[in-house]
Design a protein around this ligand. Structure first.
Ligand SMILES: [Zn+2]
Length: 411
């Protein structure tokens, strides 16, 4: 096996589990070659992934979710299950982004950073574990879960991760391989998307003082929204909540005073903020002739800094970090699929390799970080299996929350 110089430069002797011949860089390139921004590409990519796992003596199967495959693979048995969570879908990219290429430092291509690079490293980890398990029982179970719809922004009845959780494909701790530059994301903001319908009074454009301009009124309401108390909050991990006026429509003609305006606002609140408080404050905007409707809600993610799995993961990540780099616990502005596990009381963090440009035209991941990531996961899993008993049975499984995806009025 010929390694890229950046892979070869990372010392492997600090990792107790021997690396198999699986090459995370080569595999990442294969995965990037599938345009998995659409169902056909996702199915082809998952077929390939399934074959790869079976070829490495790893138990793997898929189940169908509205025509898309959800992949579940496991290695080992024991009192503790760690879930490695990945998604095989990507956001659409340019044609050339599906032709991966490497230079001295980076692997380029759609999904290299979000998150086929991490996925390939997780697959390699599974191969490493399978090899170790063939020699002596692993003592824990490691589950690799690959979903087909993490990037899909269309409303769906049920998503891959949610379906997997409902089927009991869970564990005691979850690592989502979303890009974090080898830091560990322990919080994610909650989502509360609202639609604000504003009424005005139509009039001739030449005499606007005879009407009420719904667009101007909407602007005032949006300004008031940004001044609400919840919008001023900050916390250890966040300077502020996120408020984005993503869509606005209103007005027919330039010479008419618009009598209607609709704004769609994407609100990401802090994990410490009770959603009911945010909702209540938003309700104060519902003045006469103004309606606020909840479009979508997702709870925030929050894992305790003292969680024992988290501490092992951080220590393991530090063990393989670049010299002089401190692995930090960070808060993430975006949401992630880990919330489906957190809703069940299962701690879930984000941890992925180093790169930049995800969802953009110049997406890339550093080749060295893929190897560091693989080693960090292996060291973490080795630490878990060294003493699994205190880690077992910590999860107090909670029933899942009801669906919150449908629009409903806040007033
Ligand atoms: Zn992602």
């Amino acid at each position: 096996m010929t390694l890229h110089p950046q892979q070869a430069a990372i010392p492997v002797d600090t990792c107790a589990i021997t690396l198999s011949a699986a090459d995370e860089l080569q595999l990442a390139q294969r995965l990037i070659g599938f345009d998995s921004s659409h169902p056909e590409g996702i199915r082809a990519c998952t077929d390939f992934a399934l074959g790869w796992l079976e070829g490495h003596e790893i138990r793997a199967r898929t189940f169908d979710l509205e025509g898309l495959p959800v992949l579940d693979a496991t290695v080992g048995e024991g009192p503790v299950t760690v879930v490695l969570h990945a998604h095989l879908d990507v956001v659409p990219g340019k044609k050339e982004q599906y032709i991966p290429h490497v230079d001295d430092e980076f692997l380029w291509g759609r999904g290299s950073y979000d998150m086929k690079g991490a996925t390939a490293a997780m697959f390699a980890v599974m191969a490493d574990l399978a090899l170790a398990h063939a020699a002596a029982p692993l003592g824990i179970r490691v589950r690799l879960l690959c979903v087909p719809d993490e990037e899909d922004d269309k409303p769906k009845d049920i998503r891959g991760t949610e379906a997997a959780v409902q089927r009991g494909l869970i564990g005691d701790f979850v690592v989502c391989g979303e890009p974090t530059d080898l830091h560990v994301g322990i919080q994610a903001k909650g989502v509360l998307d609202v639609r604000i319908d504003v009424e005005g009074r139509g009039a001739h454009g030449a005499t606007p003082w005879l009407g009420v301009n719904a667009i101007e009124r909407a602007m005032d309401i949006f300004d008031a929204l940004k001044r609400l108390p919840f919008a001023q909050a900050s916390s250890r991990f966040y300077e502020r909540p996120s408020i984005n006026l993503g869509r606005i429509s209103g007005g027919d003609r330039i010479n008419q005073v618009p009598d209607k305006c609709t704004m769609d606002v994407d609100i990401r609140f802090l994990p410490e903020q009770p959603v009911e408080q945010v909702r209540e404050e938003l309700m104060s905007l519902a003045l006469p002739g103004c309606r606020v409707t909840e479009m979508f809600r997702r709870p925030p993610a929050k894992v305790s800094v003292s969680d024992p799995f988290l501490q092992l993961l951080r220590t393991s990540a530090q063990l393989h970090a670049q010299p002089g780099t401190e692995v930090e616990l960070v808060g993430r502005d975006g949401t992630n699929d880990g919330t489906y596990f957190l809703q069940r009381g299962i701690p879930s963090v984000e941890f992925g390799p180093t790169g930049s440009g995800h969802h953009g035209p110049k997406e890339k991941v550093t080749i060295a970080s893929l190897r560091q990531y693989r080693l960090a996961l292996l060291s973490f899993l080795d630490a878990v299996r060294a003493d699994p008993e205190p880690l077992a049975g910590r999860v107090q499984h909670r029933p899942q929350d009801e669906h919150r995806d449908g629009p409903r009025s806040l007033v």
